[in-house]
Design a protein around this ligand. Structure first.
Ligand code: ATP
Length: 472
């Protein structure tokens, strides 16, 4: 008797088969719009609509709560997007932050070599090998035309600071938020009086002139990062790096991502970025394959060491217990402020048949849902019902995101709220005017319960608290 082969953990179906399902829901319901659409759009920039901005802010708040608010060892920062240009020379970005690129000789489109079919697994040296195009028979994926030899393409966007557009005035739009943390290490250490190990967290915009952007908000040229740099004693770095792996994975799971659609992938030695001693990506099974959601890196003393040498500042830490002076090592968790909401959105998508009709719902964690509660009238022609709805909604609004909607019949109103992930609906009907009770409907189970009017706000807030405690 032979044992059945063990199931392949990488063989996991995505939550939605087609990315288009999420793109069209996002457009239709106001989560994400193409930037500058009335002028034909601008490639790789997307705008968050009324629901998208709520979802994104909720994700950023959840990250901040887990990484700053609930920890005594991590403090926050909000550094400028523009920085002294020397920062990017010292960090290695001017010399190293580039991707090997080829250009099609007929349609002049440019591609990242490692994204061409057949070149995905090449190491960095092969990606820049002048003979690689001929050897692998690589052709333009759009029109099949011949491709140039690879060359390095720097991903940093530049602009000019001040009134004169000259070389000396060039500054870069930061390609990562991390550098703002390193250059403030001394300031934060002196003012927060933290002892190692401690971290600095930051959420903010970053810009990369990506050669092959795409897959909706997955790879953009303007995006957000949620980064945390944890400063540690050198000998503690390896163990602390390992501690952050399950912690960061658990954060996605707590907020609803299906565990089997998450995995870790360690970078091969030839793949490691110039600053990294070890790097492990948290990957998610997107509809277009397993892709990076977050990077966790052991950066050694690369950053503070180089900034200390280039600036002449003393960036050492003094340990009063051992009386040693040394440059701390850094363990970094670098998550995407767009990839994370995108992942929660994809993983929450549900389609089912209810009474012969397709029901689409977003089973978003209540803490992440754009609206927590919708207050709906059963009969919008009865002013007393509408008035009561507005009173209930106004009371809820003092505490949380609540909306009123009367633009359709109740069945349709429920479906609309399901499709945008609103966890609860409160319905006021004719009986409510007599018995002072309303119906509370649950998004996921569709169960309805009748509760006294005065208890509505308390009930919703208790449920939100309970959901948050589960995620805590
Ligand atoms: P990739 O391999 O996908 O290009 P990366 O390894 O360059 O990503 P990092 O430099 O580690 O990414 O950036 C940390 C995080 O920032 C990523 O895990 C991702 O969530 C986010 N991120 C990076 N580049 C982009 C982008 N172009 N658009 C959206 N998010 C991005």
């Amino acid at each position: 008797m032979t044992d059945a082969p063990a199931p392949d953990p990488n063989d996991v179906a995505p939550a939605v088969a087609e990315l288009e399902t999420i793109v069209s829901l996002s457009k239709r319901r106001g989560f994400v719009f193409p930037s500058s659409e009335i002028y034909g759009g601008i490639n790789a920039v997307w705008d968050y609509g009324p629901l998208g901005v709520e979802l994104k802010n909720n994700v950023k708040r959840a990250w901040w709560r887990a990484m700053v608010q609930e920890r005594d060892d991590i403090v926050g920062l909000d550094a400028g997007i523009l920085m002294h240009p020397q920062v990017w020379r010292t960090s290695g970005h001017v010399a190293e932050f580039s991707d090997p690129m080829v250009e099609c000789e007929t349609d002049h489109k440019r591609f990242r070599v490692d994204e061409l079919p057949g070149a995905e697994d090449l190491g960095p040296a092969e990606l820049l090998d002048p003979g690689i195009v001929a050897r692998l028979g690589l052709r333009c994926p759009v029109d099949g035309g011949p491709l140039s030899a690879p060359r390095q393409f720097n991903l940093m966007l530049k602009t000019y600071l001040g009134p004169v557009e000259e070389e000396a005035a060039i500054v870069y739009l930061r390609p990562e938020t991390a550098q703002g943390i390193y250059v403030n290490f001394k300031n934060v250490l002196a003012t927060s009086r933290k002892k190692l190990p401690f971290g600095i967290a930051q959420i903010g915009k970053a810009f990369r002139n990506e050669i092959s952007p795409g897959n909706f908000v997955f790879r953009m040229r303007e995006f957000e990062q949620m980064e945390m740099q944890y400063f540690v004693r050198p000998e503690a770095a390896s163990a602390i790096f390992e501690e952050w792996l399950p912690r960061r994975r658990a954060w996605y799971e707590r907020y609803g991502v299906t565990p089997s659609r998450l995995r870790f992938r360690e970078h091969r030695p030839d793949e490691l970025a110039h600053y990294a001693k070890k790097a492990i990506d948290v990957e998610y099974r997107f509809p277009f394959g397993w892709k990076e959601l977050e990077g966790i890196h052991n950066r050694g003393d690369f950053d503070l060491g180089n900034h200390a040498r280039a600036s002449g500042e003393n960036l050492q830490y003094f340990d009063p217990a051992t009386e040693e002076h040394f440059i701390p090592w850094i363990v970094e968790t670098s998550a995407g402020g767009d990839r994370a909401p995108f992942t929660f959105l994809i993983d929450a998508y549900r389609e089912e048949e209810v009474r012969g009709e397709k029901r689409v719902s977003l089973a978003l964690h209540p803490d992440l849902a754009p609206y927590k509660v919708a207050v709906l009238p059963l009969l919008k022609k009865r002013p007393e019902i509408v008035d009561l709805c507005h009173k209930i909604k106004a009371d809820l609004q003092r505490h949380t995101m609540a909306v009123y909607d009367d633009t359709a019949a109740i069945g349709k109103l429920y479906r609309r709220q399901d499709e945008i992930g609103t966890p609860w609906c409160v319905t006021v009907d004719v009986d409510s005017l007599e018995d002072g009770a309303v119906t509370v409907r649950d998004r996921d189970s569709m169960a309805q319960e009748r509760i006294p009017l005065e208890g509505v706000t308390r009930l919703i807030l208790d449920r939100l608290d309970a959901a948050r405690a589960e995620a805590g």
